[in-house]
Design a protein around this ligand. Structure first.
Ligand code: FMN
Length: 341
């Protein structure tokens, strides 16, 4: 993958042409997308693939059920709802992504982060095959018909539908805010890094400025970055197995009171982190993605200026050269849990 170019040029596609999308291609890209995800700990997710006319019809009906059944919807002419259904049915393929239930908030987040990151990998890989995608999470989907259709279980989190198809026109890009504007340095009382095995803040900012081309709903750019440098500050936070020479990057989802937007924003930050990790593969860096237990301790988060509604989505442990940081990243590829309808 030409990572940098693809991340920069990928666009959300909302208009697809009628060319069919080969199922084998989607399956193979999905396997590749999952294999590109690297984070500490386990995760579980599932997805449902809709590509037959009958299944797309059923999915489309369940999606617009909320409009049809609402009192406002009853005033909408039948032709209009027919048109909406037809538009959805005409999209060649849909993949519904679900993070599975878990016993702890941390594991729930690990499952959700994995599925969102894999969705971003799939969007990038698809783009390289001229496939366009729309990540769709409209609140309209929180209706019993849709939730029944996808069989959402208690505790599971719906991450979104990827509408997939080929397209004729690429929409114009909308600018992103330079990462510097959302950047804080915490040196924990120490001087800024001078250790040879530390990645410089400038180099990190450079990569972040490419990573910010992540998809994000409403272009809210719901992220900010806290760079933690210096032995003492890093020691306070790092994974016990970590190397004292490493620095840390905290990736934070900004405050948003609406629950639906919070979920979308968490997903968008996962896309940005995934971009960052993919870009870092071209560098002589070690990057470990962690979600440590302390992230769920508000008091500890406050020491880094994290506000009550903000959430740390991941901690990236960064170092140069050989992998001395020793984190326990999963090495075995996971079997995919895909149901085709
Ligand atoms: C978690 C998430 C949810 C999204 N939900 C929607 C949606 O419901 N409807 C929509 O039109 N776009 C949605 N998008 C896509 C964004 O609108 C899109 O990324 C943004 O407009 C920037 O455009 P770009 O992806 O072409 O850079 C979503 C993106 C993400 C990451």
């Amino acid at each position: 993958m030409n990572t940098s170019k693809t991340i920069r040029e990928r666009r959300t596609i909302r208009r697809f042409n009628a060319s069919p999308v080969p199922q084998e291609l989607i399956l193979s890209l999905l396997h590749e997308a999952a294999s590109l995800y690297e984070a500490e700990g386990s995760f579980s997710w599932r997805c449902i693939y809709y590509d037959t006319l009958e299944s797309r019809q059923r999915l489309a009906n369940s999606m617009i059920a909320k409009i049809k059944d609402s009192s406002l919807g009853k005033l909408i002419p039948g032709k209009m709802t027919e048109l909406l259904t037809k538009q959805a049915v005409n999209i060649p393929a849909h993949l519904v992504f679900i993070a599975e239930a878990a016993d702890t908030p941390r594991q729930r987040d690990q499952n959700y982060a994995a599925v969102c990151s894999i969705m971003q990998n799939l969007q990038l890989l698809g783009w390289e095959h001229e496939l366009g995608m729309l990540w769709y999470t409209d609140p309209m989907l929180t209706n019993p018909s849709f939730l029944d259709e996808i069989g959402l279980q208690v505790g599971e989190r719906f991450a979104g539908i990827l509408h997939i198809g080929y397209f004729d026109k690429t929409p114009k890009a909308r600018k992103r805010t330079p990462a510097e504007r959302n950047w804080t340095v915490m040196s924990g009382g120490d001087t800024l890094p001078s250790h040879q095995s530390q990645v410089s803040p400038q180099a990190i900012l450079e990569l972040l400025n490419e990573a910010v081309w992540a998809p994000n709903d409403g272009l809210r750019e719901p992220w900010r970055f806290i760079y933690v440098a210096g032995g003492e500050a890093v020691d306070k936070l790092r994974n016990p197995a970590g190397d004292a020479a490493s620095s840390l990057l905290l990736l934070v989802a900004k405050e948003e009171s609406d629950n639906h937007k919070q979920e979308e924003d968490y997903g968008a930050v996962c896309c940005l982190i995934q971009n960052f990790q993919l870009l870092a593969r071209a560098k002589p860096w070690q990057v470990h993605r962690l979600l440590p237990e302390w992230v769920y301790d508000q008091q500890r988060c406050q020491t880094f200026g994290i506000r009550p509604q903000e959430r740390i989505v991941a901690v990236l442990e960064l170092g140069l050269g050989e992998d001395t940081m020793n984190s326990s990243l999963p090495q075995t590829p996971q079997a995919l849990n895909i149901r085709q309808l």
